[in-house]
Design a protein around this ligand. Structure first.
Ligand code: KE4
Length: 428
């Protein structure tokens, strides 16, 4: 694999951009090697500046469910661009996309668009705090909800439920309001509620995709719902990743549990920068200018981004059967990876939810972040590098999720499995 131009480009980028990247995970720190600089994408493939072609299982970390350069989305964007890039004024397309999402999600009466998942979660938490007049929040170890201060927390010492900053620059006074629980462990949530009677919301990825792919147990979500009701705490489902990826209704198409608020991102922008947060009318109407809770954004609801997202969501709603085919291919791929590993005496845990897939180099099932951390990340790194050399672009961390796009046919899945068999030889 010739990466000569990417190596030069990476060195050049590092002169002007910290780490040479605009988002840390892209630097390949946890898997090693030079991240290929991408020249273009077409369908299931991306091409780097050295001319190497890769089957893309990252799809910009989820948004590109139709693969690269989907003709319908591209056409919608070009049409929008020709009417102007941005107005900072209301446009019809914002209402159209809002309507599509509100009609799909029973738990969402109203929605507001922002420019990223981070902004969606940050805003949803402010609404929850303003609506309940409580300041504390509960999050789960291993769940990632973007990089706003209150959510950059790590476990405190010992049994302490209150978090401490996981990054310099986050004041402890802020993370003092964030309690940490263990995913799929209702007792740990009860301990948080015993530590504070001031909890505005619990935020959870109902299908966790940021510790690797770890779905929440149905029973756990039901008990979480009951605990929130009992304590008059709002339950926020962070579906930035799982929304429109786990099913047409995200995790809410799979679990019977209904949240009070939902955050969205990725697919709803069709590849353009869009996030959103929504919930019941009585909650969302508290938002300025209707209500008194402030939130704003220059490019929020940008008509070009809205046009991409609207076309993506419309295509999915017009053809919901894509999810069966995406899930079938995800299961086929994971079955192939598991067989490739087992042939070499390697233990691999695999998981699939709709078009999302994950695998852990681990001998035990992974139910929470502690389990995930016990995975063999060295083996993951070797596997990632060996697959990259063979033209397969997997998420560059054990603690991420992979995606199937509609641009991937069975031949591509079978080809990937064949390459996994070769790569596992090197892993062993
Ligand atoms: P953004 O601010 O990156 O658009 O969204 C933050 C976010 C919020 N909630 C969930 C469940 C998410 O998965 C994310 C972002 N996901 C990561 C990938 N695991 C983005 C990739 C990156 O950080 O570069």
């Amino acid at each position: 694999m010739n990466l000569k131009k990417s190596i030069e480009a990476f060195n050049e980028a590092k002169k002007y951009i910290p780490g040479g990247v605009d988002s840390p995970v892209r630097a390949f720190k946890s898997v090693g090697g030079t991240p290929p600089f991408i020249e273009k994408g077409e369908g299931a493939y991306i091409y780097d500046i050295d001319g190497n072609r890769y089957i893309d299982y990252v799809q910009s970390w989820g948004p590109l469910i139709f693969g690269h350069r989907d003709k319908d989305i591209e056409e919608a964007v070009i049409k929008a661009v020709k009417r102007g890039l941005s107005f900072g004024a209301p446009t019809l397309i914002e209402t159209k996309l809002a309507k599509e999402i509100v009609e799909l999600f029973e738990s969402v009466d109203k929605i507001r668009f922002v420019n990223s998942g981070t902004e969606a979660v940050m805003s949803a938490i402010r609404v929850a705090r303003g609506y309940t007049l409580k300041d504390d929040i509960i999050k789960f170890k291993g769940c990632y909800h973007g990089h706003s201060d209150s959510l950059l927390v790590q476990a405190g010492s010992g049994a302490a439920t209150f978090g401490t900053p996981s990054s310099p620059g986050v004041p402890a006074s802020l993370t003092n309001h964030t309690l940490l629980a263990e995913y799929n462990d209702i007792e740990s949530v009860k301990r948080c509620f015993e530590s504070s009677n001031n909890i505005a919301c619990v935020i959870i990825e109902p299908i966790a995709g940021n510790m690797g792919l770890v779905p929440a147990d149905e029973e756990f979500l039901k008990e979480l719902r009951e605990l929130c009701d009992k304590n008059e705490t709002l339950l926020i489902f962070d579906e930035v990743m799982s929304g429109f990826r786990a099913s047409l209704k995200g995790a809410q198409g799979i679990t019977s549990v209904k949240p009070d608020m939902v955050t969205f991102g990725k697919v709803i922008g069709g590849g353009m920068p869009v996030g959103a947060f929504g919930g019941r009318e009585e909650i969302m109407n508290r938002l300025s200018p209707e209500g008194d809770i402030y939130q704003a954004g220059t490019l929020s609801g940008n008509p070009v981004a809205m046009s991409a997202g609207f076309k993506a969501v419309r295509k999915l709603k017009e053809n919901p059967s894509v999810y069966e085919d995406l899930e079938r291919k995800a299961k086929k791929l994971m079955q192939g990876f598991k067989e490739a590993a087992n042939e070499r005496g390697i233990s691999l845990q695999t998981e699939v939810r709709g078009s999302m897939f994950g695998f852990f180099f681990n001998s035990k099932p992974v139910k929470n972040f502690t389990d995930a951390l016990s995975s063999d990340t060295d083996r993951f790194a070797v596997f990632h590098q060996e697959m990259l050399k063979r033209g397969v672009y997997l998420a560059c961390s054990q603690f991420e999720t992979g995606f199937i796009s509609t641009a991937m046919d069975d031949k591509i899945i079978e080809e990937t499995i064949q390459k996994a068999k070769e790569a596992m030889r090197e892993v062993a």
